[in-house]
Design a protein around this ligand. Sequence first.
Ligand code: HEM
Length: 441
Amino acid sequence: MNWNPSRPARSALVWGIRYGLPGAAIRYAARRGDPVAKVIADPEVLADPFAAYDRLRARGPVVANRMVSATASHAVVNSVLRDEHFLAGPTPAPTNWLSRVAAAAVDPAALGPGEPPSLLAIHPPQHTRLRGLVSRAFTPRAVAAYSERIREIADELLDDIARGPATFDLIDTYAALLPVTVIAEIIGVPVTNRAQFLDWGAKAAMSLDPGMTWREYRVADRAIRDIHTWLGTHIADLRRDPGPDMLSRLVRLDELTDVELKSTAQLLLGAGFETTVKLIGNAVALLLRHPDQLGALLADASGWDKAVEEVLRFDTPVQMTLRTAHTDTEHVPAGQSLIVLLGGANRDPAVFDDPHRFDITRANAREHLAFSAGVHYCLGAQLARMETVIALRALFERFPNLAAAGTPVRGGTRVLRGYRHLPLRTGKVGLRAVEQDQLAG
Ligand code: HEM
C-alpha cells in the first residue's frame, strides 16, 4: 500500500484498528456476559482469572464468540501451540482489509515486541532463521556460565536491603532489579541505564495487552520509539567497538539487519526482565502464604527447582498468548484467532490433581505450559528458571524470618500476572557473614 499519513494519524489508525474497535466490541460483549470476552475484558476476572478459566473449560475445550475463540484446556493449548496450521499473533487473514490497513500504517520506528520482525510475531521460515541465529548466542552453556554472577548480583542487592529499613518493597528493591541487571549484563547494554530500561520495559509491555486504551497506547508507543532510538545508537557503537556480550556477538555475525537487531535486542531485554520480575514476586508471595512449604525448602534446598515449576504452574507470569488459524483446523476455522490461556491450561484438572492447591512437591508440575510450546517456546526459559532459584535461595537464606508487612498490590497487564508492590519485613539478621566479621572486628 503506497501512502504516507502523518505520525499522529498513523498512531490513531493503528490503535483504532488493533485495540480501539476490538476493545470496545469485547468490552460490550463482556458486559453482556459473553464468557470469552469476560476472560480478557472483565476487571473482576483480571483480579482472579482462575474461576473464569474453569467456567470456560466447563463449556468445552474451545469456546467461540463471533470475534474470537478461547481455550483453557491443557490438551488443546498444548496441541495448538505445536500446530503449524496456527500462526503466532493476530496474523491478518487475506479477507481482513482492516488488519492490512493497520499493518501498512505501522511506523517502522515504533515496532513493539509483538510486531514483526520480533521473534514473537514472525513465522517459519523467517522465524527459523532468526531464532537459529539468536540461539547461537544464547546456548545453555553460555547461560549456565552466568550462575555465579547472578548470585553476586543477588547478594549485592540483599546487602542494600540489609542496610536499609526493616520494611521494604520486594519488587522495587529486588525482584525487579535482579533480572534487569542480569539481562543488561548478558546482552551487553549499560547496567547504569537500568532504571530507564525498567521504565521503558513496563510501558512497552502494555502493547501486548489486547485491551490497551488510547492513553496507554500513546505511552507504550513513546517508550518503544525511545527504545528504538537508543538501541540504534548503541548498536552503531557495538559495530565500531564490539565487546564479549551477546548483542556484540549478534552484531558480529553480520547476518541480521539493523531492524532485526533492534527488534531482537528489544525483545530479549523486555522479555528478559518483565516476566522474571513477576515470577520472583509471585514465588515469594506464595511461599510466605505457605510457611510449611517454605520451611521444607529451608530445611532441604534440593526442592527449589521443583518449587519454581509449581509457581510457574500455579501463578503463571504470562497468562495468555494468541494464535490465528491460517487454514481450517479441528478447533477454529481459517482466519479466526484463538486466545490460548496458558494460565488456564496450568489449572486444568485433567492434568493436575486438585489444580487450585499450591504444592511444591507436585510430581508433574513441570507439565505446565508457562513457557509456551512449539516453535515460540521461550528462549529464556533456562535462564529464568536458574535466575529465580538463585534469587529465592539467596533471599530466604539471608532473611529466614522474612514476613509480609502490608497488603500486596497486583500490577501488570491482562497478559502479565504479577505484583507491583510486595511490602515485606526483613525480620532482621541479614548481614553477610563477612560483614558480620567486619563489624565484630
Ligand atoms: C519467568 C520468566 C519467563 C516467562 C514466564 C516467559 C514466557 C514466555 C512465553 C509464554 C513465550 C512464548 C509466547 C508465545 O508462545 O506466544 C516466551 C517467548 C520468548 N521469551 Fe520468555 N519468558 C520468561 C523469561 C524470559 C527471559 C529471561 C528471556 C530472555 C533472556 C526470554 C526471552 C524470550 C524470547 C526471545 C521469546 C520469543 C521466542 C520465539 O518466539 O521464538 N523470556 N516467553
